[in-house]
Design a protein around this ligand. Structure first.
Ligand code: LRH
Ligand code: MN
Ligand code: MN
Length: 424
């Protein structure tokens, strides 16, 4: 199913007068309006192929109906998202959850709806049917070389799929760790991981990157071999220029100052990009911006400042992706909300009065520095997002338009009520 542009335009038309009033009100005080709109227009966030179905917990899973039953249908769904928000022009595959058997036709299908392929993700945290060695005690860090070899080969195979799709990065997340003290020699586990990653790194094409994700716990509950940004950074530094650290917002212990981590990684040229989501307790994979939107803004504030300082292109020079899961919401609605939340935080960060902030910082004027950040954060930038979307041919109100067009009901009619998508 595809959404024709005229249908989006028709619905936009109904809201145009109100949008104009709201836009002009906020735009009047935005000094760099054209630049902000242009940057918002260029900004895209990748959608993971595993987020298009209803997630679940180990206690149960409640299907929402009309879920994509194949990679082709997942591409269709991302096409719907992109048609509405004009900010989701790529899809990230998790292999073997989604195997592009016929890469040429998959690529052509994606291109038809304006999509390309973002990073490919390897999976050595689950055993696959007919797999020779088990990952029960880890993969790249495993004490047994044969298991490590199997995991290395899987990653190299994932790169090969990615090459066929014109992806340019391999995302590696390892669940490797231990459940009890004494189970593991930390140093040996780390060195094995490094050696294994080196072999994968050596198989990367010249124009590819390796993104190393960290996570403190789960599924292992005593130690994780790449448990924090320091361990990821250390590996990325040892491996070389193509390797860098991927920040998944949910992969931090409560209270961690993520924006500071982002700032330092960026300074060192080692920030790969993001897996966006939100969390209250752990790796909750909630809709971006649903719990702590101020933190998201503060991260974007560091990003805008740090990327500008390094002369980086906001839209291209790091990876932007959502990594969320939806237990009770329509996944497409949830993803639309997530993308909007990211754009809101980005727009607010673009509004920060940087020169005055620098002066306030240099004068130790703490109150003024806080005022500057909060003034930007408290600006209702939604009309700016709507305007950028309108200019790009998208919807003023993606979730509202999705509902008015009855997309889910049509998908259920087409695909059925009892559908199960692969993924989380
Ligand atoms: C691990 C993780 C990682 C995986 C994805 C499915 O918690 O964030 O990025 O690839 O979930
Ligand atoms: Mn992730
Ligand atoms: Mn996660």
């Amino acid at each position: 199913m595809q959404i024709e542009k005229y249908k989006i335009d028709e619905i936009n038309q109904q809201h145009l007068a109100k949008h104009r009033r709201q836009f002009e009100f906020v735009a009047a005080d935005v000094a760099n309006l054209d630049l902000v709109l242009q940057k918002l227009g260029a900004f895209n966030i990748a959608i993971p192929s595993w987020a298009l179905g209803t997630g679940g917990t180990r206690f149960g899973r409640f299907s929402g109906g009309g879920e994509p039953r194949s990679l082709e249908e997942k591409i269709e769904d991302v096409g719907v998202i992109h048609a509405l928000n004009k900010s989701s022009n790529s899809i990230s595959l998790h292999i073997p959850w989604d195997i592009p058997e016929n890469a040429a036709s998959i690529k052509a299908l994606a291109a038809q709806v304006g999509l390309h392929f973002d990073a490919v993700n390897s999976n050595t945290f689950q055993d696959q049917p007919n797999q020779k060695h088990s990952y029960k005690y880890g993969s790249l860090h495993h004490v047994d070389k044969a298991v490590r070899k199997q995991a290395i080969e899987h990653n190299i195979e994932v790169i090969k799929y990615g090459v066929q799709l014109d992806s340019k990065a391999l995302s590696v997340w390892l669940s490797d760790g231990s459940n009890f003290p004494g189970q593991l020699n930390f140093r040996r586990a780390f060195q094995n991981t490094q050696e294994s990653l080196q072999e994968i790194y050596d198989a990367l094409p010249d124009d590819w990157k390796m993104w190393i994700e960290y996570k403190p716990y789960e599924p292992n509950f005593y130690s994780t071999t790449i448990g924090d940004w320091g361990q990821s950074y250390l590996l990325a530094s040892k491996l070389g220029a193509k390797a860098s650290t991927l920040v998944d917002l949910g992969h931090h212990l409560q209270g961690t100052n993520i924006e500071q981590i982002v700032s330092i990684l960026l300074m060192e040229g080692k920030l790969a990009g993001f897996h966006f989501n939100d969390s209250k307790y752990g790796d909750d994979d909630l809709t971006v911006g649903s719990i702590n939107p101020y933190q998201l803004f503060l991260i974007f504030n560091e990003l805008v400042e740090g990327m500008d300082a390094r002369g980086m292109n906001h839209a291209k020079d790091i990876g932007w992706m959502i990594d969320a899961s939806h237990n009770v919401k329509d996944p497409i609605e949830d993803l639309l909300q997530s993308v909007q939340a990211i754009k809101i935080a980005y727009a607010q960060a673009l509004l920060v009065d940087k020169n005055t902030l620098v002066t306030a910082q240099n004068n130790n004027d703490v109150t003024l520095a806080q005022e500057i950040l909060q003034t930007a954060y408290r600006t209702d930038v939604r009309p700016l997002i709507a305007e950028a979307s309108l200019l790009a041919g998208g919807s003023i109100d993606p979730v509202g338009t999705y509902r008015k067009l009855n997309v889910r009901a049509n998908l259920i009619k087409e695909r059925g009520l009892k559908t199960v998508a692969t993924g989380l």
